[in-house]
Write a protein that binds this ligand. Structure first.
Ligand SMILES: Nc1ncnc2c1ncn2[C@@H]1O[C@H](COP(=O)(O)OP(=O)(O)OP(=O)(O)O)[C@@H](O)[C@H]1O
Ligand SMILES: [Mg+2]
Length: 344
């Protein structure tokens, strides 16, 4: 970005924003101290009746989901990329970003410098679309991969492996003291959403008479998700026919959550085995788990066990998984040299 001074925190005319654009949740952290997150849903009222009833032109997050019967509900990302087919999804990304920026409450006339972390795959496939989505609202922009943003925020810059278990994808990034390249990153489409699909399948098989909706299953996993030894029985009360019945979901939840452990371990091993042999030991002791999926109880231990036969791994859960990407992106806005910024 030619002729502009290096961004600095002390600059009151510039608001720096770290944005984490996720499949299920998006978060923002701003240099004015504001931090917010929303579920990555956009809803447009279906017709004039819906619009009059709702009293607004567009809804976001939980609000959009709650009114899903009267809005066209869009969750624009899937499997770590913007869903294709319609312009609607790109429009939804634009609206989400706009809404997040408003949540950070920029002051009149303040310039906006935004670093946007996106799933590693979207960085490859959707960089243009994301630039376009931010163009209207930002004066300078950089788009980085989400696991890199997380790594930066954790100060895990060397001999570190970040595993970000999101909704659509699990993203891996190896840090070796420089900017990571494509070779340092991997993406699996096994993450929170695939656990939800698996859990739905298992539950339908075990309880054919019960209807398990998408939101119910996700909430069940978020409240009780675990792997490894059980901590008592998990039951829910659901309508079977017209009668409320208590059912046991312990085993279903464990099996569904376990479904991602082996594939994640396999990819981690592959990345470690390609690393400079002298430093592999350090890398094994420096693994970070991020993303909503890192909150599955026991997943750090289960991964250490699965990796155990290849050496002794130490896995650390990042603090504040919800904001780790946005905080890291914000930290990047403070340190990235000029040439990484794009003028809008
Ligand atoms: N306490 C919890 N236990 C288990 N899973 C959880 C918990 N909280 C959130 N999740 C799951 O984590 C996933 C969302 O994680 P995150 O917010 O990191 O994803 P994202 O960034 O939106 O997705 P992606 O990185 O794939 O684009 C969802 O599948 C959600 O159900
Ligand atoms: Mg994510």
């Amino acid at each position: 970005m030619a002729k502009k001074s290096t961004p600095s925190k002390a600059h009151p005319d510039i608001l720096y924003l770290g944005i984490d654009l996720g499949t299920s949740r998006s978060a923002i952290a701003a240099s004015n101290g504001k931090r917010q997150w929303i579920e990555s849903y956009v809803g447009w009222p279906r017709d004039f009746v819906a619009k009059k009833m709702l009293g607004r032109d567009i809804l976001f997050g939980e609000d959009a989901v709650e009114h899903r019967l009267s809005v066209e509900l869009v969750r624009p990302l899937e499997f770590g990329v913007i869903k294709d087919g319609t312009d609607r999804n790109e429009e939804a990304v634009r609206e989400l970003i706009h809404h997040l920026i408003e949540l950070a409450e920029p002051e009149e006339g303040q310039k906006i410098y935004a670093a946007v972390g996106v799933p590693a795959e979207a960085l490859r496939v959707n960089k243009m679309a994301i630039r376009n989505a931010v163009r209207e609202y930002a004066d300078a922009l950089m788009v980085v991969s989400e696991p890199f943003a997380v790594a930066y925020g954790q100060n895990a810059l060397n001999n570190a492996l970040i595993i970000d278990i999101g909704a659509g994808t699990t993203d891996f990034c190896v840090m070796h003291g420089t900017m990571p390249t494509e070779e340092d990153q991997r993406t699996l489409t096994l993450a929170g959403d695939s656990i939800d699909r698996r859990l739905t399948e298992i539950l339908r098989e075990q309880y054919p008479g019960v209807r398990f909706g998408e939101q119910t299953v996700r909430h069940l996993k978020e409240a009780h998700g675990f792997v490894g030894p059980t901590n008592g029985k998990i039951t829910v009360t659901m309508p079977v026919g017209a009668k409320l019945t208590e059912i046991d979901v312990t085993d279903a939840i464990r099996r569904a959550c376990e479904s991602i452990v082996a594939p994640i371990a396999e990819t981690a091993i592959d990345l470690v085995s390609r690393y400079e042999p002298e430093f592999q030991e350090m890398l094994r002791r420096n693994v970070y788990l991020a993303g909503g999926g890192s909150q599955i109880k026991g997943i750090d231990k289960a991964l250490e066990d699965a990796l155990g036969e290849y050496g002794s791994f130490k896995i650390t859960l990042v603090r504040d998984a919800l904001f780790a990407g946005a905080d890291g992106a914000l930290a990047l806005t403070q340190d990235m040299p000029e040439e990484y910024w794009e003028d809008m």
